[in-house]
Design a protein around this ligand. Structure first.
Ligand code: AKG
Ligand code: FE2
Length: 331
């Protein structure tokens, strides 16, 4: 398999190749987005036990399925170290990055973990996105495959281990808060996923694109797991979320995180809260980085709307199924 990363392409070509260009019929709306109206969904995680902050979280989940968080317990110095380790990794020459390649079987196949690019799979086959990524499993702990983890910069491994231990705490706090908001047992979601849940760190690298009106950094999609904790570039926006068919820019606020619900939570919440469709637009001048930590159920987990949310007036909106049977577990 001959494969070029988007980073190499961006340096070599004036015009993005055809596979990256969005179909003409979808292009009108490509750069059309509104600013999120005030108040933006911004949650103080340190105050989430207070009724007014929990109320704000409920509103954010109902309106957007996505929110920004402050006071999340990850020090600014750790966030800076994580972002700069990621930047250092992507700035290395291809032969260094390819030591973590996601190509296997002499380049015949792609595996989920590692460095490379991939297609965002959506119901309509949308073509390629203008980004490269490094995808690493961080949970469960005993399934970390350090052979795929960068050794440059040297700090990469320790910084990611520390960062991922913090995002796991945030995950549990958010899952408990959502259960509480829905009047479920506070540990309902946390117990459902147990210790076998997966966590993936996905480092995204979006090179500048000379024709931002033609391509997308990441095509529209919703995330498949439980929830995603995103750390986006302080300097360059690009993430947009869809609501009622319109696109909104997700504001960039230094040292805040962006959290979005993903499909499995939508199912367990019986659709009361939705997994939002989002995308990333490219920037003509600047590169952009982001790091998403995705929490995903294990393949054996049976997904169904939480029984505590159902009654005669609120029937289940989703059938019960095993996560692995519908590709919800990244197996
Ligand atoms: O780069 C971003 O801001 C979003 C990335 C994203 O949606 C994803 O990795 O699933
Ligand atoms: Fe996403």
């Amino acid at each position: 398999m001959v494969r070029t990363t988007v980073q190499d392409l961006a340096a070599a070509v004036e015009e993005p190749p055809r596979q990256y260009v969005v179909h003409e019929r979808d292009r009108d709306h490509l750069l059309a987005a509104d600013e999120m109206p005030d108040p933006i969904p911004l949650i103080d995680l340190g105050r989430l036990m207070a009724a007014d902050e929990a109320h704000k979280l409920r509103e954010a989940l109902q309106t957007w399925g996505l929110f920004l968080v402050t006071n999340h317990g990850i020090e600014e110095s750790l966030m800076d170290a994580m972002m700069s380790a990621s930047r250092d990794f992507f700035r290395q020459p291809p032969e260094e990055k390819n030591k973590c390649s996601n190509l296997i079987d002499d380049g015949e196949h792609l595996e989920m973990e590692g460095y490379g690019n991939d297609k965002v799979v959506t119901p309509q086959d949308q073509g390629l996105s203008w980004n490269d990524r490094l995808h690493l499993r961080v949970e469960p702990q005993d399934e970390r495959n350090f052979a795929k983890w960068p050794t440059h910069p040297e700090s990469f491994r320790d910084v990611l281990l520390e960062y991922a231990s913090r995002t796991k705490r945030i995950r549990d706090l958010i899952l408990r808060s959502i259960a509480k908001i829905l009047d479920l047992d506070e540990d309902y979601f946390v117990n459902k996923i147990s210790n076998t849940a997966r966590g993936f760190a996905r480092f995204n690298y979006y090179p500048p694109c000379s024709r931002p009106e033609l391509v997308l950094g990441m095509r529209p999609h919703s995330d498949v797991g439980l929830l995603t904790i995103l750390f986006v570039d302080h300097d360059v926006g690009g993430l947009q979320v869809q609501r009622d068919g319109k696109w909104y820019n997700v504001p960039v606020k230094p040292y805040t995180l962006v959290i979005n619900l993903a499909d499995c939570m939508e199912i367990m919440c019986n659709g009361i809260f939705m997994s939002p469709v989002h995308r990333v637009v490219t920037n003509a001048k600047k590169e952009r980085l982001s790091l998403g930590v995705f929490y995903v159920v294990d393949g054996e987990t049976v997904l169904e709307p939480a029984p505590g949310l159902l009654d005669d007036k609120r029937p289940p909106r989703y059938e019960k199924f095993k996560a692995k049977d519908f590709g919800f577990s990244f197996d």
